[in-house]
Ligand binder design. Sequence first.
Ligand SMILES: Cc1cc2nc3c(=O)[nH]c(=O)nc-3n(C[C@H](O)[C@H](O)[C@H](O)COP(=O)(O)O)c2cc1C
Length: 169
Amino acid sequence: MIGVKLCAVYYSRSGSTKEIAESFSDSIGAELFKLEDKKPLKSISGLYALLGLGSPLKEPLPDIGSFEFLVLLTPIYAWHPSPQMNTFVNNADLKGKSVFLVGVGAGETNEKALKRFSAKAEKAGAKVVGTKNFKGLQIKQDLKEVKSNLIESGKQLAGIIERLVQQTW
Ligand SMILES: Cc1cc2nc3c(=O)[nH]c(=O)nc-3n(C[C@H](O)[C@H](O)[C@H](O)COP(=O)(O)O)c2cc1C
């Protein structure tokens, strides 16, 4: 247990962000919330992401009112955070909360996407305390091939967050 009210919120379609989020929350002992599409969006997610739009989620959205620190994890689509995460950020009350933003993409880095994600979170009133990109699934790659790397990424994230909490709180 760490000395701050911490939770993680993620969206995942093909499962790689989910693996990282679950490994992270198991390692650090944080509550984990999942965002789910109201209806499957399939291939238009990329276009919605590119346009900075949101997409409908199953309700109710995670009740994050009692948490002071949130780790938000999203796949990267077309150099942007997912529309599903956009909807969460725009609708959850993030005012005054600290957030650490995680992008999961096919690429090694996703600087532009993380900058865009940070700008959205800041606009919603959150304080961005850090960002990190992890490698997820390549096109047509099977989740089984990279599962152990994803679990390792979740543990690495837990280490980063633990150090941050020790320094900040
Ligand atoms: C429509 C679409 C657009 C994508 N665009 C990017 C991108 O701009 N940068 C990147 O690194 N990965 C990109 N990806 C790859 C996904 O981010 C990657 O496979 C991620 O691990 C998927 O997360 P998930 O398994 O949790 O759904 C894209 C994937 C799709 C389907």
